[in-house]
Design a protein around this ligand. Structure first.
Ligand SMILES: CC(C)(COP(=O)(O)OP(=O)(O)OC[C@H]1O[C@@H](n2cnc3c(N)ncnc32)[C@H](O)[C@@H]1OP(=O)(O)O)[C@@H](O)C(=O)NCCC(=O)NCCS
Length: 189
């Protein structure tokens, strides 16, 4: 388990399918994820069936759980490239009553530390739709930099929206959040 301040990241379990099904069918939650059509329970069970397989470098998925054991979301690092040392980050806090309380930020910090400290990544990327003000505010606060925009990339709710591409380099993370590996350094005698 990867411990944060407010939450921990644990392996996805088969019983997580019920929450995933509920969240992906909640329009407020899934709107930022390009989830246009309703999801069947079978689709979510299949997704979870894949997610419970042993994790590997190319596909890292975690369940997000509060420190008192409430499953509130899912996150992961996908399409990792061994040569280029980058991967694409995804996050969903599905339980809306936990929004705006720092759980997303704590999840991101824990996942980024894992990306740089354990997977030896150089860069973490993500895409966020321009209407996702909460996501944009959180990523910017964490030190993500806008790389550019895919203009009019999503058609939703009767109009087109830009997809903002963002990334953070390991050295940028370290400048803001502290040196990678510092916790493992031997204590000075
Ligand atoms: C995006 C998401 C991960 C953010 O998680 P969260 O737990 O709400 O985030 P946090 O509370 O850690 O931080 C959110 C920040 O946005 C700010 N914020 C909240 N609502 C806002 C709004 N409408 N406009 C601008 N900023 C906003 C908060 O004040 C907070 O900043 P602060 O810590 O400086 O006060 C979560 O809302 C979510 O999963 N949404 C649904 C799925 C989704 O959109 N995933 C991301 C796809 S790119």
């Amino acid at each position: 388990m990867l411990e944060g301040k407010l939450m921990r990241l644990r392996a996805v379990e088969p019983e997580d399918a019920e929450n995933a099904f509920r969240w992906m069918n909640d329009r407020e939650v899934s709107r930022g994820l390009m989830a246009r059509y309703p999801f069947s329970f079978e689709t979510e069970r299949e997704w979870v069936k894949n997610a419970v397989k042993p994790l590997d470098f190319g596909n890292v998925r975690f369940a997000i759980e509060t420190r008192d054991g409430v499953h509130i979301g899912i996150c992961g690092l996908h399409r990792a490239s061994a040569e280029n040392r980058h991967a694409e980050l995804g996050i969903m806090i599905g339980e809306k009553e936990y929004w705006g309380r720092g759980f997303g930020t704590d999840t991101m910090l824990t996942l980024l530390r894992f990306a740089f400290e354990q997977m030896n990544l150089h860069k973490v990327t993500l895409g966020v739709f321009e209407f996702n003000e909460r996501g944009l505010a959180m990523y910017t606060k964490l030190g993500f930099v806008e790389e550019g925009r895919f203009r009019d990339d999503l058609f939703q709710d009767g109009r087109y929206w830009d997809l903002v591409r963002m990334s953070i380099l390991r050295r940028e993370y370290e400048t803001v959040h502290g040196a990678i590996g510092a916790a493992a350094a031997p204590a000075a005698t």
